[in-house]
Design a protein around this ligand. Structure first.
Ligand code: SME
Length: 149
């Protein structure tokens, strides 16, 4: 198990213990965003955009710098994730024409769909200050974490 996997395993255990028995989605999203943001120094934004309409996402619980309030399904990496309902890993967002730059310091990003009872209810967005920060290890553990919502 490498350092990243070890961190995620511990994080998973903490988050599981914290949200166990909780059924409020916003409380769980808040706790997840907080725990992850404070675990990894390279992350500058960790949080959720909630689906509030057929093709609309609105910012939800997050930690980090400014996040735009509304994202249409047609825009950004978050919109693409919502449309495709597939994990998006972007190694260099500076080369991505459709990326919405909430911070000019962001270099890479992962966005995961949050699906409950077969419906997309949110996307889970994490931004990093370093290029190429996310890989299949992040995808694996973050998918598991998103599944707790
Ligand atoms: N970068 C995202 C927008 C959200 S912020 O990064 C917090 C996107 O392209 O959808």
């Amino acid at each position: 198990m490498n350092g990243k996997e070890k961190k995620y395993t511990e994080l998973m255990n903490n988050i599981r213990a914290l949200v166990e028995g909780e059924d409020d989605i916003i409380s769980k999203m808040s706790t997840i965003a907080c725990e992850i943001f404070h675990e990894f120094d390279h992350m500058n934004w960790v949080g959720f955009y909630r689906r509030t309409g057929e093709r609309t996402l609105k910012v939800g619980p997050y930690q980090g710098g400014h996040g735009c309030l509304v994202i249409d399904f047609d825009r950004g990496v978050c919109g693409r994730c919502a449309r495709e309902q597939k994990v998006q890993i972007e190694n260099d967002v500076t080369k991505l024409p459709y990326h919405i730059a909430c911070s000019s310091e962001t270099r890479s990003e992962i966005v995961l769909p949050v699906i409950k009872n077969g419906e997309l209810i949110a996307v889970f967005d994490i931004d990093s200050l370093i290029p190429d920060a996310f890989d299949e290890t992040d995808e694996k553990y973050l998918t598991e974490i998103a599944g707790l919502i």
